[in-house]
Design a protein around this ligand. Sequence first.
Ligand code: SF4
Length: 106
Amino acid sequence: MPALVCTAKTCIYNKNELCSKGDIKVEGNTARTKDETCCSSFQERAGESMSNSCADGSGCTNISVSCSACECKYNEEMQCHAGSIDISGSKACCCEDTCCSTFSCH
Ligand code: SF4
């Protein structure tokens, strides 16, 4: 499971730039650049509602990442095997505003 840092602070799962969802899905089955990927688990925060899957109520450092960006060198059988990844999206309003900055084409 990669260590994950995420700048999409507008996501309901974001806790101090860590993800509290427990697992995420990255999309980009035809992606050849990082901008063609996105975190499909992003959900825009509405009001103060929070969702949290981590037992201690905080963000997780390492999380399971399934990923359809099969051109990425870290992708093995639709799972991310990078040691750490960065999801970007500091002003994201929807999934398409996010991307995996760690994407690296074969
Ligand atoms: S580093 Fe590659 S395999 Fe891992 S989530 Fe990002 S695009 Fe997918």
